[in-house]
Design a protein around this ligand. Structure first.
Ligand code: F6R
Length: 256
């Protein structure tokens, strides 16, 4: 696991955009896993500024979607991904998939999504945020560490955190369709981004705590190619900070 601490949210965005552009130029990133929410927005902004190489051939898969919100709702993840990712990065909408949270046969939508990821050759690089509960995707505490795409119930904390996107807290859906922790772990590379003091506990628990379904993000300790790119405020509760900085300063070029 690599831990990279940078000054602020904008620097998080620049760092990760640089990683993504390098991988695309090397030819090892053809399928990008994308997250919604505030955390990855600086990454998408930096990619928009710098320009994604060959955007029309890049495929993207979103992590999750609310259940029961029509696709056209401005806060459905279909709408958010279209605004924040497809348009900013200049992707072909036909190459961008979001779980079908409004499907008539929702019980099969998870398996269909898994199949679509497999058919695309798997996710090469997955961008993740982390919730205050330690969730990645919408895998809330006690999610199976080997779970696949399925319906989950959001915790009251997550509904409260996401109420800022809706007119009233009651409008936040109770359920979602999310890639499982096993699905996320199948990505060849995972980059988790976090900024702000409200993420410090979850970041410390995921990186330095025990691997436990009580902090779903901690499963990334088992991933062979995972990085956390966080700002100073989100890094505030890490105990091995000096070691992480030393590692980054002395990192060989081939590891970037
Ligand atoms: C979003 C997602 C969630 C968010 C997390 C943090 O697709 O899967 O795990 O990354 O809730 O949200 P923000 O970034 O808004 O704090």
């Amino acid at each position: 696991m690599q831990v990279i601490v940078v000054e602020n949210a904008q620097a998080v965005g620049e760092y990760v955009a640089d990683t993504i552009i390098r991988r695309i130029e090397k030819g090892v990133l053809k399928v990008l896993g994308v997250a919604t929410g505030s955390s990855p927005v600086p990454v998408y902004e930096a990619l928009e500024r710098r320009g994604v190489p060959s955007p029309q051939t890049l495929k993207a898969f979103a992590l999750d979607e609310y259940v029961g919100l029509p696709k056209a709702h401005p806060e459905s993840y279909h709408s958010v991904i279209e605004r924040d990712v497809t348009r900013r990065l200049g992707l072909d909408p036909a190459n961008v998939r979001v779980p079908e949270g409004d499907s008539d046969d929702i019980e099969h939508a998870g398996a269909r999504y898994e199949q679509a990821i497999r058919e695309a050759g798997g996710v090469d690089l997955q961008i993740l945020g982390i919730g205050a509960t330690g969730h990645i995707g919408f895998n809330e505490p006690t999610s199976s560490l080997s779970s696949r795409t399925r319906i989950k119930t959001l915790t009251p904390q997550t509904r409260k955190d996401n109420a800022r996107f809706f007119d009233s807290p009651d409008e936040v859906p109770q359920h979602c369709l999310t890639q499982g922790l096993g699905t996320i772990m199948d990505a060849r590379e995972v980059v988790l981004v976090a900024h702000g003091a409200s993420k410090a506990d979850a970041v410390a628990a995921a990186i330095e705590g025990p691997v436990s379904s009580m902090c779903p993000g901690s499963v990334l300790q088992f991933h062979e190619n995972a990085s956390f790119v966080v700002d100073e405020a989100a890094a505030a509760k890490l105990t091995l900070r000096e070691y992480y900085d030393f590692t980054v300063q002395n990192r060989p070029e081939w590891q970037r």
